[in-house]
Structure formats: structure tokens, C-alpha cells
Design a protein around this ligand. Structure first.
Ligand SMILES: [Zn+2]
Length: 323
């Protein structure tokens, strides 16, 4: 552990000057196209002391029992861990199985982009805004004992979600899956696709009559949307791809109060996710090569840029994109 840390420091400094045969005015080497970037240090746990943890592979859930950041502390099983925290773990692990086994997606920790990360850290606290956030960059934090924890992906979840649990943890986890595949972070793709996936936890999301009567979303009208772009993804998936059916094991997963995690046993068009995300992965790499930019090190502004909207849309096989 210590040796690894020392090596990391040395590598970060570009090696020891005294050992490398003197100072040379060498230019920093160009990072390889598939370099994973760096695992940045984060002071998050110093700013938000979440002193308790629940380990639920591959997740480590951090929370506190005191102050405004504490979740509801009811512990009906007498296990020593609040129900709220356990329910978050139950949803995350079930969602993780669903994405891997049912949707056949590669988990973020197995993606080349995230090869530095060893876990997914989930911070439960009183978020100032919204219910959750998922970060696409890997970080390492200092634990309670002052030691650095292994590099990790990070999700932040509100400690004040309604019960039975809404699908925020599963929603944020799906973002990590998306990040593992692609650098594109435009809202109509990121949030639209994820809102559609929430069908698994909320029950099939249905278009209103008004929406059904309108022509399909496309072009600038589509690209300006975020969550409400879900009908685009639902329609695309249903028209061209098969239905995913929940396994009996996942169907049986319950929160501590007996409510099921999944509210529907089928996701029509669910077979679309793996080919669509794989295509987006290829497309990200194509754009990287054109810009001579390492695959996983796009500046945030570029990731969120709308300059790729038509390219992304056109890659979705035969869908009419422009107006
Ligand atoms: Zn989201």
C-alpha cells in the first residue's frame, strides 16, 4: 500500500530527478490515446464528514448518523445500519445486476476508461440541489483514519429521498455505465436515455396522448431537451430491438418494507442499449482520433458540446435526425 503510494507520487513527479541521470529539458510525453487520465485527490470527505460506511460490492456507501446530512435512522432489522442506507444498497446492487445481466452492458469498473478505479463510492448527504449526481472522473478521498482510499468512481445521493425509495440511485448508476462507454454528455442523450430506463423501477413510462399525436422528436427540438427526450429513445428502441425480460431473481428483489425494486418485468426495446452504447463508444473514439485527443480526456466543455448532436443522432441507425 505504502509502496504503491510512493510509486504513485514518484510517477506523478515524473520520477526522481536525482535518479534519472540529471535534469533534461525533455518535453512531456504525449499521453497514449487510451490513457485513463489521472485519479484526482478530493477533499470531499473532509468537507462532509460521512463517518459511517456500508460495503455492498462494488459500492461503498458513506453516510453519517448526526446533523443535517443524516438519513432517516430507523433500523427495523436491528442490524446497526439504517434501513434507508440498506435500501439504497439494495437498489444499487439490483440495478447493477439488471444493467449487466439483463441489458448486457459492461460495468463501469470493467471499462478501459475506468481501469484506475477500484470501487464506486456513494455519498449520502443533504444535497443542496436535486436528488443525485454522478461524476465521470475518478477521484480518491482520504478516509476517517487519514489514509487515502483507493481510486473510485463517485455518486452523490440525497439522504432525504422519499420512501419507498425513488430510482435516483439506479438513475445515477446508469450514468456511470454511459460514461464508461462514451464521452458525449449532452442532456438529450444522457438524461433522455436514463429517464427511459427508469421504466424498470417506476413502471413503463407512457407517452401522453398529446405527445403521441405529435411527429417524432428530431433536430434542434430534440437536442434542446434533457429528461423529456425519453420518447426519442423509447421509440428508437422499440422499433428496432427486442424486449428484455427480468429474471425471476431480480423480480424477487425487495426493499426492507417488502416493496419490489422493479415495477415491471419487461422493458420493450431494452435490447437496444448494448448496441447503441457500443456504437456511441466507437463514435467517441472516432471523434477523438479526428481531434488527436486521448479517448478519455475530453475537456468538460467538449463533452457537453452540442457540436456532435447530428453525428450522434445519425449513428443511431436509420433514424431521421435533421428537420
Ligand atoms: Zn441524470
Amino acid at each position: 500500500m505504502l509502496l504503491k503510494k510512493l510509486m504513485a507520487i514518484l510517477m506523478g513527479l515524473g520520477g526522481l530527478p536525482g535518479l534519472s541521470g540529471g535534469v533534461q529539458a525533455a518535453r512531456p510525453p504525449q499521453p497514449a490515446m487510451d490513457a485513463p487520465g489521472e485519479c484526482r485527490d478530493s477533499a470531499f470527505l473532509q468537507q462532509h464528514p460521512l463517518t459511517e460506511t456500508l460495503r455492498a460490492e462494488p459500492f461503498v456507501i458513506f453516510y453519517t448518523r448526526s446533523g443535517d446530512n443524516a438519513p432517516p435512522l430507523e433500523d427495523t432489522t436491528g442490524s446497526g445500519t439504517p434501513d434507508y442506507v440498506k435500501n439504497v444498497a439494495i437498489q444499487l446492487q439490483a440495478a447493477n445486476q439488471y444493467y449487466q445481466k439483463m441489458l448486457r452492458l459492461t460495468p463501469p469498473l470493467e471499462q478501459p476508461r475506468y481501469r484506475l478505479a477500484k470501487a464506486i463510492h456513494v455519498y449520502l448527504f443533504d444535497l443542496p440541489r436535486g436528488n443525485g449526481m454522478a461524476f465521470d472522473e475518478v477521484t480518491r478521498v482520504k478516509g476517517e483514519d487519514g489514509n487515502w482510499l483507493p481510486c473510485a468512481l463517485t455518486i452523490r445521493i440525497s439522504s432525504k429521498l422519499n420512501q419507498p425509495l425513488n430510482p435516483t440511485p439506479a438513475h445515477e448508476l446508469f450514468h456511470l455505465y454511459q460514461y464508461g462507454y462514451t464521452q458525449f454528455k449532452v442532456g438529450w442523450l444522457l438524461e433522455g436515455m436514463t429517464r427511459w430506463i427508469e421504466s424498470a423501477y417506476n413502471g413503463e413510462i407512457v407517452m401522453s396522448k398529446k405527445l403521441q399525436a405529435r411527429p417524432p422528436l428530431k433536430g434542434a427540438e430534440l437536442y434542446a431537451l434533457r429528461y423529456s427526450a425519453w420518447p426519442f429513445w423509447q421509440r428508437l428502441a422499440r422499433e428496432k430491438y427486442g424486449t428484455v425480460t427480468l429474471s425471476p431473481e431480480l423480480e424477487a428483489v425487495r426493499y426492507l418494507d417488502g416493496n419490489p425494486v422493479f415495477r415491471t418485468t419487461t422493458l420493450p426495446g431494452g435490447e437496444a442499449l448494448e448496441p447503441l452504447l457500443t456504437r456511441l463508444q466507437e463514435l467517441s473514439k472516432e471523434q477523438s482520433r479526428q481531434a488527436n485527443l486521448p479517448y478519455y480526456q475530453w475537456p468538460e466543455k467538449l463533452q457537453q458540446s452540442h457540436q456532435f448532436d447530428d453525428v450522434i443522432c445519425q449513428a443511431m441507425e436509420g433514424i431521421e435526425c435533421s428537420r
